[in-house]
Design a protein around this ligand. Sequence first.
Ligand code: ADP
Ligand code: MG
Length: 710
Amino acid sequence: MRPNDLTPLFASAGSLTGIGPRMLLLLKKALRLPPGVTEPRVLDLLWHLPTGVIDRRAEPTVAVAVPGTIATLKVRVLKHKPPPRGNDKAPYKITCEDDTGRLELVFFRAERKFIERQLPEGEERYVSGRVEKYNDILQMAHPDYIVPPDRRGELPMLEPVYGLTAGLSGKVLVKAARQAVERVPEMDEWQDAAWLKSRGWPGFNNAVRRLHQPDDGTDVSTGGAPWQRLAFDELLAGQLALGLVRQSQKSQRGRSIVGDGRIRARIADALPFSLTNSQRTAIGEISDDMAAPNRMLRLLQGDVGSGKTVVALMCMAIAVEAGAQAALMAPTEVLARQHMETIAPFAETARLRLGLLTGREKGKTRREVLERLAAGDIDILIGTHALFQPDVIYRDLAVAVIDEQHRFGVHQRLALQSKGGAAQGGVGSGADVLAMTATPIPRTLLMTHYGDLDVSRLTEKPPGRKPITTKAVPLDTMERLIERIRAQLTEGAQVYWVCPLIESSEKSELAAAEERHAHLKQTFGDAVGLLHGAMSGAEKDATMAAFSENRLKILVSTTVIEVGVNVPNANIMVIEHAERFGIAQLHQLRGRVGRGTRESFCMLLYKAPLGETARQRLEMMERTEDGFLIAEKDLELRGGGEVLGARQSGLPEFRVADVPGFETLLAVARDDAQMVLQADPHLEGARGRKLRHLLYLFECDEAVRLFRAA
Ligand code: ADP
Ligand code: MG
């Protein structure tokens, strides 16, 4: 159970003074909420750290105030000069002075009543805001603060600046954050005292308070002590969480699955190629894992086209050789069906019985699949999320393969895994898991997000692949590109044309794709097809089939084709607004071509002028096809911490740990977590209990669930 003293932090932000339903909606826009959280909570405000500070401590006299800076001035209000009647555009001016000179306050579209009340003639006020010189007169337009001398204490001399959204003012956030900070209970220190001391870091409460109510301009900085402390907290929480998951994974009684090799041999005979060394190594590692008595949790990384499917098939074959079942889960229906088609011919030779289960198998068909599955008449079940619905019961699931695993949440993975070993007396034994991803994940990221998960990498491409010529060209050369495509089409080429990610202010992604589709149709007529996420499954299949059978020559699509699809004859990839894609995503998209014998091209259409990072990204794409190199570069471009290809690769994001020196902190956090868990695996000791607070504060649910179960 979550410690009671944290309950106020998990209440809706609506429970704070000044946050009504409308503000709540705006907060939802402005804050980065963790997946699954639909309403901002007090905790989310706490982690919405300022991006900077406005320093109002300068209190010059009018004579020495520096134009262009933020200043706080004590002045007498002399005279109101409202705009002439009927002229709303003219500003409302108020002349003020101190002993050294005059200051003019300026309000556009002023609210008269408010101004008259705030600034009565003849009285003294503190005003704080940016001063400018205008026609030799010192002016302050729309002061941020106006207070009478006896309330000077209310001026935030160091005012945190927050990421906002239209309609949400900084003042509202400052006030809300202040209340959020007050709700943080006093907690026992969970960090090692000597470590804190050596870094000069404050306690947790002090760190949180100083970020939202800074004592000093340097407090709000990712390199400053308060922020670094919290970053370390988050990293430690993450590493502990991974450690706990890992530990439970290892300790859970798995089973030893050993096959006799007969099915694998039949598959190998049927393959029209021989396996690459990388594939052989991976299969070896997997079969060792499966044979070991504890549960397998292995990540198979390999670029698009590196041949992960065969590895998965061999892995599943081992389970079947051992008399058990296997499941292969894909993130989309298109992919699930494609796996089915790829695997079917081998399955037939190897006498494997396949089943398919997606959202589209309904009624009688679905019932039949479920019956065969429960009876053990299906060896390998291929499908989507449908594979782990409650009524899907396996006779004996030994291994679950999860393709494009980053598309699934941890919970979905666990749900499938927990289907394992149903007939073996049920609960507990669970299935081995092979997770596959085409997103090459750099080592640092692996460590942050997967801990010491076992990893196999497919580093070589199957032989005979032709290089893909990649070229970045400005969008306004599109007509020339279309001419070249026309020439290519006569030679039998096929083209993917991916439409841009859309910035929110613009029309929808779908509309953009539809528009391009209509445009290309004018030139190429019925040879142009359209694929997008809003189509029904059957429509998508029909379109994919038409492209795959070469009846369609150009397939315009939104990013739905990103994962998996395999049409070897397609040799041209056009990506519009390539500057809006992350490099990892570009790489994935490009991987759709270069699969056949034809010379392949990837055209990255960008809107000029390019920003520096975008330019480097596109250049990198032109230079190499090595996914691992690209991933490292990606990380570098995002900067040490932007740990997060995360957003793109679907990994959980950090809330505060994106700081300079991140890698060092991570290494320390990792060691610390290991040490803690070795001595106190269930966090029951003195420090362990305190660390539980930390896990809750950073919502490491998964881990929390595990120690709760313990
Ligand atoms: P991905 O890793 O993207 O899932 P696939 O498993 O779809 O890649 O494989 C891509 C293509 O490469 C398929 O057509 C597959 O048959 C082929 N392939 C896989 N392994 C080899 C190999 N060792 N030699 C030649 N072709 C291979
Ligand atoms: Mg694949």
